[in-house]
Design a protein around this ligand. Structure first.
Ligand code: NAP
Length: 481
């Protein structure tokens, strides 16, 4: 089965921060792949904008190098044709240089999108200048990157600075987890099949685990990370979004505000956490590898590189069902997974009842995307009724085959911006509600002077995280690729 590619309408996309790391690693190689797939029209244009003194040719060379380094597997050799669509303007987000020139480059009659691939401190400045220099109009779209604030107050400020210049319908807040194929497949599975929805509640589901595990440490961004930590960097946005999609009620339509209204209700139903429902950790140095505090260059740091939470939702569907969330760095494997663990059978008719295990629907997001449903079947062959528990592969990867053109999350989301579809982007009130829940948790451990527990590099986190589930008679799934 080959995925259908529907070309988008012609556009001018300005990438503020077009020389930066994110643009070079993700945005530009992603746009090149969309060009190769035929989704990006031949007359679409991409305009890099940053302070660096480059001309269009200099920028094309920078983008060619980025495609060489980060372009990944593509059979397309049309780099020159793609680069011919590129342009560059030297602008300072905080000055007035270059803005008139940018205004002159925007073509009338095509879609205009502005990607703010810069630090959030520049969002307001760029938004204001886009309007002041007559570049933005009622149909223009702006795309903003995480982090969207570091607490409720700063998120409100950012929202206000964008709202002063743009309508909410023009603002696309990116969370690239929402652009993943399997995350969307989760919605198809829940709302496109009758099979799962009747079981999707406290009556049949025992608990849900959401894991985002990384093997890398904080590396070169230690100083930045030390001001943030796993709660701000991962839970408030990525894990929260995954939780929303798992837990939300069926929206009346698959359209932006219906979906986002339901996600918002989930965030608002989150219960405040007690200290014993939170485990924070820091990876510890060993003989050959540096620990978190060395990486963060702060030998007294109490920032968490790992966090595990037991979260509850106060609503009818999920009453009594714990959601266990964990994320951390320097763990045993790079693996992101949502596991829906169903309840055990109420009664066993088989002698070998020990072998009866709960059904588990596991949705893998990283490193490979996929979906499995663990079911109990009879072990094949003669010799009585022996039961085995096997994973049923629900990814249909073989059916889709190598030809399946699965764009990465950034590519898909940028094409959604051009199409004007906000379904997979966070609305301002969602982000604020997430911070409203997160803020007291962080201020709580600050007030208690909470010190994270240590954990070994290459482990699955601190022992206390295991106890969090053990106390409830449950256990974490193995972290494996
Ligand atoms: P970066 O490598 O530091 O790039 C920043 C970009 O902004 C550069 O192109 C820089 O170019 C430009 N810039 C800085 N000050 C400017 C100004 N006053 N006026 C105009 N342009 C200016 O940062 P990044 O890693 O690409 O990250 C960009 C944003 O994406 C950040 O908000 C980050 O948190 C977010 N993000 C990044 C990643 C990632 O993987 N890198 C992932 C998720 C989110 P000049 O110096 O030439 O002006």
């Amino acid at each position: 089965m080959v995925s259908r590619v529907i070309p988008v309408d012609p556009f001018d996309l300005v990438i503020f921060g077009g020389t930066g790391d994110l643009a070079r690693r993700k945005i530009l190689p992603g746009l090149f792949r969309r060009y190769c797939s035929g989704q990006m029209p031949a007359d679409a244009r991409i305009i890099g904008a940053a302070r660096s003194d480059l001309d269009a040719d200099g920028y094309r060379q920078l983008v060619r190098d980025a495609i060489d380094e980060f372009g990944g597997k593509t059979t397309c050799n049309d780099v020159d044709a793609f680069l011919a669509n590129l342009d560059y303007v030297t602008v300072d987000a905080r000055g007035d240089q270059g803005w008139e020139e940018l205004a002159g480059k925007m073509r009338p009659g095509v879609i205009h999108a502005h990607y703010f691939s810069v630090g959030p401190g520049l969002f307001g400045d760029i938004a204001e200048r886009l309007n002041r220099f007559g570049i933005a109009h009622d149909d223009s779209r702006v795309v903003v990157e995480k982090p969207f604030g570091r607490d409720l107050a700063s998120a409100k400020e950012l929202n206000a600075s964008l709202a002063a210049q743009f309508d909410e319908s023009q603002i696309y807040r990116i969370d690239h987890y929402l652009g993943k194929e399997t995350v969307q497949n989760l919605m198809a599975l829940r709302f496109g099949n009758l099979l799962f929805e009747p079981l999707w509640n406290a009556q049949y589901i025992d608990h849900i685990q959401i894991t985002v595990a990384e093997t890398v440490g904080v590396g070169g961004r230690g100083a930045y990370y030390d001001k943030s930590g796993a709660m701000r960097d991962m839970v408030q946005n990525h894990l929260m979004q995954l939780l929303c999609l798992i837990a939300m009620e069926p929206p009346s339509k698959f359209e932006p505000d219906s979906v986002r209204d339901e996600k918002l209700k989930v965030i608002r139903a989150l219960q405040p956490l007690e200290p014993h429902e939170i485990v924070r950790g820091q990876y510890e140095a060993n003989d050959t590898q540096s620990g978190y505090r060395e990486d963060a260059e702060n030998d007294r740091s109490s920032t968490e590189s790992y966090i595990a939470l037991k979260v509850a939702l106060a609503n009818w569907r999920w009453s009594g069902v714990p959601f266990y969330l964990r994320t951390g760095k320097r763990l045993s494997a790079r693996s992101s997974e949502i596991a829906v663990v169903f309840k055990k059978m109420p009664h066993s008719i088989f002698e070998e009842s020990d072998n009866e295990q709960a059904n588990i629907l596991a949705i893998q997001l990283q490193p490979n995307e996929g979906m499995t449903l663990d079911v109990t079947i009879k072990e094949p062959g003669p010799g009585g009724m022996r039961l085995v528990h096997v994973p049923l592969d629900m990814t249909f990867a073989e059916a889709l085959g190598e030809d399946a053109d699965a764009p990465d999350a950034y590519e898909r989301l940028i094409m959604d911006v051009i199409r004007g579809n906000q379904t997979l982007f966070m609305r301002g009130d969602e982000v604020e509600a997430a911070w409203r829940w997160t803020d007291p948790i962080i201020s709580g451990w600050q007030a208690r002077n909470d010190v994270p527990k240590t954990y070994d590099i290459g482990s699955s986190g601190p022992m206390d995280a295991h106890m969090l589930l053990h106390r409830d008679g449950r256990k974490w799934r193995d972290i494996k690729q």
